[in-house]
Design a binder for this molecule. Structure first.
Ligand SMILES: *[C@@H]1O[C@H](CO)[C@@H](O)[C@H](O)[C@H]1NC(C)=O
Ligand SMILES: *[C@@H]1O[C@H](CO)[C@@H](O)[C@H](O)[C@H]1NC(C)=O
Ligand SMILES: *[C@@H]1O[C@H](CO)[C@@H](O)[C@H](O)[C@H]1NC(C)=O
Length: 179
């Protein structure tokens, strides 16, 4: 009985991969593009420490989950990252707002591409993820009144997240590897 359930999970993952196969290619390209756009948006990344510690455990916990759960986590994360950029006054950032707009368009495309890979019934990725991003926005944009420094922190933390999401995505592309 147990092995049947495992097989079912495995098949579900594979079906999803087949369905999204074409898109997985472009995801890699988009992901490279959004990271590049983020890096070129401003100058050097700030050396300042973020007041909210980076949630590495959320990412390591994901590595033991189903492919679909991981894709859902990536999609939810991208959505929350996009949200961050709508929570403060962007005009006080050190870079041009139009650069953020272009970056966000790429993130949207990355996120929307995941939609057919994630079933509607799939649960949200859990309250810890949402709580983390809310706290991040509170301790930076809100408490620092959208100062240029708070945007620099958001940009730096965004890069860390996009890098982690890329690593997680790499485990999806090799479905037989780490399941
Ligand atoms: C994007 O891809 C190019 C070519 O493969 C690579 O040189 C570059 O380092 C990548 N950029 C990022 C931000 O990953
Ligand atoms: C956002 O910041 C800019 C420049 O600092 C300022 O002119 C503008 O009034 C602010 N907008 C809001 C909605 O606070
Ligand atoms: C963030 O601030 C909002 C508004 O003050 C508050 O309702 C929420 O509980 C705070 N969340 C966290 C995680 O700090």
């Amino acid at each position: 009985m147990h092995s049947w359930i495992r097989l079912l999970f495995l098949l579900c993952g594979v079906t999803c991969l087949v369905r999204c196969c074409d898109w997985l290619q472009s995801y890699g390209l988009l992901s490279n593009r959004s990271l590049t756009q983020l890096e070129q948006m401003g100058g050097r990344m700030t050396e300042q420490e973020c007041p909210v510690s980076f949630p590495y455990t959320l990412y390591t916990n994901m590595r033991r989950t189903k492919v679909e759960t991981r894709l859902k986590f990536i999609k939810d994360s991208l959505e929350l990252i996009i949200d961050l950029y709508h929570q403060g006054n962007l005009s006080s950032a050190n870079w041009e707002t139009s650069k953020t707009d272009i970056f966000l368009i790429t993130l949207h495309r990355q996120k929307d591409g995941l939609t057919p890979c994630v079933s509607v019934s799939n649960r949200k990725s859990g309250p810890r993820l949402t709580r983390y991003y809310r706290k991040l926005a509170n301790r930076t944009l809100r408490e620092m009144s959208s100062s240029p420094g708070s945007w620099e922190l958001i940009r730096k933390e965004t890069r860390k997240h996009l890098e982690q999401l890329d690593l997680l995505f790499a485990t999806v592309r090799r479905p037989t590897g780490s399941q």
